[in-house]
Design a protein around this ligand. Structure first.
Ligand code: GLA
Length: 355
């Protein structure tokens, strides 16, 4: 039997920078998705989603995006990429289970894609490297789910390292791990709200960023510094300018955060996280009332070093860096700030693996 595990991720700094060829910092969280199963010789694919109590069975000749059982698209989209890379159609069965909260912005979808990629890698005995597996997951998201995402989620799930941040250069795909300051914890405050039309909003943001790059005459917003952007602000329509300010600012904040970590300036690092959230509110407009309440409340807690929206936005969770001694009082304050909030203390963990 094949059994593999892939963790979810939390974005620490560098919001919506990945598809702009920018820089981003993340962690693999200590929860994830496990898939197990093996080959079938009757030309069928059987998928069981244990947590949802749902299953589906289909013929290998019928693999295409599904409009019911949408969860299956993450698996089938990855399978489709294996076929596109020249592997023969093959039946299999797979049981999926996860302890990642869905819709919390922890990328349960990428965890399933990455787990499926590793599972099929075992099934086919292929040797795609981690970056290729990440790209396979991303392609599943583009073609079977319809979100034109970057590679942050899949790379984080694959390249996680215990007690380390993952720092990704989304142009060269150089990935580095940076130690997390001692005496701190990441606390994920899941608002459990999800505002509709997330896919549409996401793709629209991406289009604005691409339009801004075009109008500025560069390949991607990665090529733009904050100074250059302000000098050329008149070239951009208002919305594109705001979106670009966010992305360019986020890339700059990742650079500053690295320097802060080198000098163990943890308060500075935290401040960059607060600044990131403010930019989401003002420039990228991907926050919402509930997340703003959580961040505002976090700023008042002694021992809370930084906090911000993490991931796509429009609901989900905030990610907070909190002094270990203050974690208990912090989580209490979060539940008071927005009723129904669930806090999850997560250490940074190792990436996906065959079990
Ligand atoms: C989602 C996407 C990622 C990334 C983040 C925002 O998680 O899947 O590719 O763009 O949003 O940084």
């Amino acid at each position: 039997m094949i059994q593999v595990y892939a963790p979810g991720r939390a974005e620490v700094l560098g919001n919506h920078t990945d598809y702009n060829e920018g820089l981003v910092m993340s962690i693999a969280v200590d929860r994830g998705t496990t898939v197990k199963g093996g080959v079938r010789h009757d030309g069928k694919i059987k998928l069981v989603a244990t947590d949802l109590g749902e299953e589906m069975i289909l013929d290998i000749a019928e693999v295409r995006p599904q409009s019911s059982n949408e969860w299956a698209n993450y698996v089938l989209g990855v399978y489709d990429q294996f076929i596109k890379r020249g592997l023969p159609a093959k039946g299999f069965e797979m049981e999926i289970s996860s302890n990642l909260p869905m819709g919390a912005g922890l990328s349960s979808s990428a965890a399933l894609e990455v787990a499926t990629g590793l599972f099929l890698q075992q099934l086919y005995q292929t040797s795609f490297d981690k970056l290729e597996l990440a790209k396979i997951g991303q392609a599943a998201e583009h073609y079977y789910v319809g979100v034109r995402c970057g590679l942050l989620d899949q790379i984080s799930s694959l390249f996680g390292k215990k007690d380390h941040l993952i720092r990704i250069d989304c142009r060269t795909f150089e990935v580095r791990n940076i130690p997390i300051p001692l005496g701190t914890q990441f606390v994920i405050a899941n608002s459990k709200v999800k505002h509709a039309l997330v896919t549409g909003e996401y793709n629209e943001r991406r289009e604005s960023c691409e339009a801004a790059a075009r109008l500025l005459g560069v390949k991607a917003l990665r090529d733009v510094t904050p100074e250059f952007l302000e000098k050329n602000a008149a070239k951009l329509p208002v919305i594109a300018l705001k979106r670009a300010r966010h992305v360019v600012g986020e890339i700059d904040r990742v650079l500053q955060a690295e320097k802060a970590l080198e000098k163990s300036e943890i308060a500075r690092f935290g401040q960059l996280m607060w600044d990131s959230h403010q930019s989401s509110i003002e420039n990228f407009e991907n926050s919402c009332k509930e997340l703003d309440l959580l961040v505002a409340a976090a700023q008042k807690v002694k021992g809370a070093l930084g906090g911000r929206l993490s991931g796509g936005g429009f609901g989900g969770a905030t990610l907070n860096l909190v002094e270990t001694a203050a974690v208990e009082s912090f989580t209490k304050k979060m539940t008071q700030a927005w009723k129904g909030t669930e806090c999850l203390v997560s250490s940074a963990s190792d990436g996906a693996t065959v079990l």
